[in-house]
Design a protein around this ligand. Structure first.
Ligand SMILES: Nc1ncnc2c1ncn2[C@@H]1O[C@H](COP(=O)(O)OP(=O)(O)OP(=O)(O)O)[C@@H](O)[C@H]1O
Length: 218
């Protein structure tokens, strides 16, 4: 289980999360909804070990997180993958899509071009796109590469923060299907953050609304 308990986050004097708790179970999709600015992305970053909360705890399959971002132990860092709304902010613009997808495997000393190619194909990237750099592809194509990259180290949890919000309906459906296929074969848990209630109604096993109705689930 990926769990945030009593998490508080402040930006300066603004309290963005005040004692919030949320769990993501293996093999299940938790939907996180809530109005704009209520702190969904902040909670997503805390759960992806990218942001240290001012108070509260995060545990990954029972291991308490004590160090964050690059200081977190590799085993914990790679257990949770984060997908953002804007893929252009998440990639090195100098790399080709193949290099972007292969990067985590190479960094882990497990370079495997065949696996990177298979992930790219599963994410719907055709061969002609793989040698291109981010500025030569669309947002949807770049997000496909980010999804392939996120799956490369077989994370136990995926945090999808408005992963498909900017994309057309068919790309959205395909990327959700790729994440779902991965979840079903790996047993990974998914946190799907979205302001799109219709998407969460289709995708999530249960939904949590942040802000005002904290803890209310359906
Ligand atoms: N790095 C930051 N520094 C200061 N304030 C921030 C920072 N990041 C977010 N905030 C503020 O914290 C609040 C919560 O932001 P957050 O992005 O977590 O909300 P959200 O629910 O994901 O919103 P949206 O649905 O619009 O993406 C907002 O008021 C935002 O302005």
């Amino acid at each position: 289980m990926l769990e945030a308990r009593d998490v508080t986050v402040r930006y300066g004097r603004q309290v963005v999360l005040d004692g919030v708790s949320l769990t993501v179970e293996p093999g299940r999709v938790t939907g996180l909804a809530g109005s704009s600015g209520c702190g969904k992305s902040t909670l997503a970053r805390v759960l992806a070990l990218m942001l240290r909360p001012a108070a509260g705890t995060v545990t990954v399959d029972g291991s308490a997180v004590r160090r964050w971002r690059q200081r977190a132990p590799r085993g914990l860092r790679t257990a949770v993958a984060l997908l953002y709304q804007q893929p252009r902010l998440a990639v090195d613009p100098r790399l080709t899509l193949t290099e972007i997808i292969a990067e985590p495997l190479a960094a882990a000393g497990r370079a495997d071009p065949g696996r990177a190619a298979a992930l790219a194909a599963e994410a719907g990237l055709t061969g002609d796109l793989l040698g291109r750099r981010p500025h030569e592809v669309s947002d949807g194509q770049l997000q496909r590469a980010c999804v392939a990259r996120a799956l490369s180290l077989e994370p136990r949890y995926l945090v999808c923060d408005e992963m498909t919000t900017m994309l057309d309906a068919s790309t959205q459906a395909h990327l959700v299907a790729v994440v779902e296929a991965y979840r079903e074969r790996s047993g990974a848990g998914v946190l799907a953050v979205s302001h799109d209630d219709a998407l969460l109604a289709r995708w999530a096993h249960h939904r949590v609304r942040l802000g005002g109705f904290e803890g209310l689930e359906d």
